[in-house]
Ligand binder design. Structure first.
Ligand code: ZN
Ligand code: ZN
Ligand code: ZN
Length: 225
């Protein structure tokens, strides 16, 4: 920087590395000004300008989009093949008894394969699980009330069974030590984000006083419905 004390005075401070000639004190202010401006321009020209940072490929949205699109094009055949392979049933065995599996339950991963008996045992209290039948050689969604068993002839057959809406048990009688059984009660349709379920409300029977009751609204709300 220059430090000028007045229109007719000389320059007091200059950059030490400057090799350009100093302005003379006898020059008029206009000449001094022009000379100083020239020196300033020379200084600016001699100092290296920082180069504009190069725009890398990663900083460009369109280039990134193009690269992502190219990678997806490369990966798509493999993803499609994986998807098609996942639809092949194969010859799965029941995860529990190692018999021939007839049901796949997505909600029971990693133990997703069931024979008919193990399916009934495991899903009688889990009617909201996402089950598929595989007896026809492909995955076929089945409602919670459908079960599969093998007849004496070795042929698999489907049959219907009541499935009870899972609720928290609540006592409605005044017995001290109640023990009650649960039976299938009135039909009820449960609609959730996963679909529509034809179920039965539970009917509780107290084994002491033989009183019967079904869950009321309070019980259903407490159960999360
Ligand atoms: Zn089994
Ligand atoms: Zn399940
Ligand atoms: Zn009772």
């Amino acid at each position: 920087m220059y430090c000028l004390t007045g229109m007719d005075t000389e320059v007091l401070a200059l950059p030490s590395e400057d090799s350009l000639p100093l302005p003379r004190a006898q020059q008029n202010p206009q000449e001094m000004f022009e000379q100083n401006m020239e020196r300033l321009s020379a200084l600016l020209d001699s100092s290296p300008c920082p180069a504009e940072p190069e725009r890398s490929a990663a900083s460009s949205w369109s280039v990134r989009q193009q690269k992502a699109s190219d990678r997806w094009e490369e990966a798509r055949p493999y993803h499609l093949r994986c998807l098609l392979e996942s639809e092949a049933v194969g010859k799965p065995l029941c995860c529990f008894c190692h018999k021939h599996a007839v049901i796949r339950c997505r909600d029971c991963l990693p133990e997703q394969w069931f024979c008919g008996a193990c399916d009934m045992h495991n899903h009688s209290k889990r009617p909201l699980h996402n089950r598929d039948s595989v007896v026809d050689g492909f995955f076929k969604a089945i409602p919670p009330s459908t079960c599969i068993s093998r007849g004496e002839t070795g042929i698999y057959a489907t049959h219907e069974q009541d499935r009870i809406l899972p609720t928290m048990p609540a006592q409605h009688c005044t017995c001290q030590d109640p023990s009650f059984t649960v039976e299938a009660g009135k039909p009820v349709i449960l609609i959730t984000i996963n679909g529509c379920y034809d179920l039965r409300l539970p009917r509780y029977v107290c084994q002491t006083c033989l009183q019967q009751w079904a869950p009321d609204v309070r019980d259903l709300v407490r159960s999360g419905y």
